[in-house]
Design a protein around this ligand. Sequence first.
Ligand code: NAP
Length: 298
Amino acid sequence: MAQRVGFVGLGIMGRAMAENVLRAGFPLTVYNRTPDKAAILAELGARVAATPRELAEASDVVVAMLSGPEAVYAVLAGEDGAARGLDRGKIFVNMSTISPAYAREIAGGLKPLGVQYVDAPVSGSKRPAEEGSLVVLAGGADAAIDAVEPLLLAVGRKVVRCGAVGQGSLAKMGVNLLLAGMAAGLAEALALVRKGGLDGDILMDIVASGALACPLFAAKREMLASGYYPPQFPLKHMAKDLKFVLDTAYDTGAAAPLAAVLSQLYGAGRARGLGDQDFAAVARVLEELGGGRAEGKG
Ligand code: NAP
């Protein structure tokens, strides 16, 4: 019998991922805190649960794609929480980005119930979620990952096994630290040349022509030129993730001076009301620190 899947969290990423789970043929139940967002999945054939508990009771595997640790806690805890519907043999797959320490804490909380936890954050944004081409960074017992691998391959093109629970989230910390730094680095370079009177397009062409060329810079080019940042990966989530990067560096003893600066920059973006824009809006923070965006093309 096909594994019954419950999918919690139908935001930018979750909605597209849940659609791919359905397309792959898994019987699907969904839940979202704001119920309207479940309507499209219902039209496609998913069952909509009224509570996370009802969803978990109807599922063999529960997948969470939520904003962060507070949301994961809110979905698991309480009388209507998913933990009440998770019994022995079921698997909880958390694909939300949380800290490695919190991943281990939830896994420890579910263990006495006989519920296995798979740590499975993803690399890739809105478009890869729609295309089913995310890279899944998996942590957990091999048998648990084996059991959910077909499901993970319905939303991703690759599952990278990183080790025990928490190691997938640790890999995700590394990915997002690099991502935050690359976007802020490009934004700062653009702000520098624009202030000096050079068209930003000229810098972007130079970057695209040599060893610095990369899909990320190409994907953000239009946003950085227009100053309009429709959310693919909201800046508020990057600010959250940089906090976890710093917590992780503290826990492991790793040096993370750049993460501290990046956390301030993205945190300032959130404080300025840019949290729901794409994380490339860190460019706006840098422009404002320099007295505003320089006039001119690109
Ligand atoms: P999003 O659009 O902001 O969606 C967040 C989801 O969490 C929504 O379904 C929201 O429900 C739910 N939620 C928030 N607080 C909740 C609470 N207290 N109780 C119950 N549900 C709650 O975020 P997203 O971009 O899809 O990202 C989801 C996760 O993936 C985040 O951890 C993010 O860091 C990570 N991620 C995102 C990207 C990306 O490019 N967007 C890429 C990789 C990883 P409502 O609809 O009711 O608000």
